[in-house]
Design a protein around this ligand. Sequence first.
Ligand code: PLP
Length: 437
Amino acid sequence: MKTASCKMTCTSKDLLTLFNDLKNGKPVDASRIEDSLINQKLKQTLQKRNFDINFNLLNKMDSPPLRVDFMPLHRLITEEEIEDVLSEIKDVLPTGKFTSGPQVRVFESEIAAFLNKKYCLASSSGTDAMIVALKAAGVGHGDEVIMPANSFAATENAVLAVGGMPVFCDIDPDTFCMTASNIENRITSKTKCILPVHLYGKQPDMKAIAEIADHYRIPIIEDACQSIGVTGLGKYSLCTILSFNPYKNLGTCGKAGAIVTDQQTFATSCIEYMYHGFELDQKNKKTADYGFNSKIDNLQAAIGLARMKYLSLNNLKRLSLADRYIKHLQPYEEKGQIKLPKMAEDHVWHLFTIKIINGNRDQVKEMLYNLHHVETDVYYPILSHQQKTSLVKTHYQDTVLPVTESVHKQMLQLPLYPHLTIEEQDKVMEALIDVLS
Ligand SMILES: Cc1ncc(COP(=O)(O)O)c(C=O)c1O
């Protein structure tokens, strides 16, 4: 349930203020940070004696790295986290409560409180959460859903899974997110839902999108799978979809996701679709015609509880790494060689995306790897309306998205994850500067 509080929740806006204060040597009163599992490690870190953000936040290594991997899986979890996870698992295993169980409720209430929302329904994945939410929002056969073409395939697949038709809409060249005016151009009498994606951890202009949605009375479902921790998630939408797969800012040790909403009737319908159409807390008594098997496992929720203690601290580390990239690469933006993302209050830095303006992106990527052993990536290599599928051939041959298509050729993701060391990040930047020159 919602709780009124004037303490810092440590979503992106608070984190940016905190970061700037710490960087400028202003004292930070850690007691102002809300006591929650999500903030636990951040609070403990800030309370350490002599903590200095310029020296003690980011990881360091003793010798210069020979290579930098984009997202080394074994470094997405620390020894300390593994201990925490094992301890949670040890508590659950003897109970035999592997699928449903008490940890699910605790996990859900922590996430709901963090987003300041009434209901969190934890699911077996972000994809399943989206399918359930679209069903509960009434999206069905032939209904159109407006969404971007540069998201992960899960976004369009969820729409297709419920019988809907994705209608792809162009984006802003700097934020990579859908814009309100492009959305309005795509609205027809068949539009049943607007599905903005908070790509790379950046929130689209949700206020502007909501004005259009309200005008045409179309619900918004937000795909925030990459952006847990952004301030104001769910403020303008029917619901927010989250993913807790291990690559996300908050990952479990498997697949998991959630639907977060304030609307009781919608939440009830989601609960029914999530588990075989059964009435809430009624064993095997159907109230909906059918439903899926899409609840989070209790064991995965327990793991999520262990790992969520690190979320705000990890989001601060991501912010600090993004800040270093922006600061050190600024001169190359000024020379017109690259375009950098802007530091913003509504960004949780899931991925750090630059654009190669003066040059061939694929060649830059190759040279970074071949000459400097620096791995970068492209999220995602093929746009939805350019996939080689029969659906695309029959339905999307005429889809033209000038901005999406143009930035898609330029964008490149640099390594950014909480445990990337300063030395590794320096190597990435030195390599990029060398290749650009
Ligand atoms: C933008 C976006 N939407 C949806 C999903 C699907 O989430 P999951 O992997 O939990 O099914 C992802 C995850 O990769 C994603 O990045």
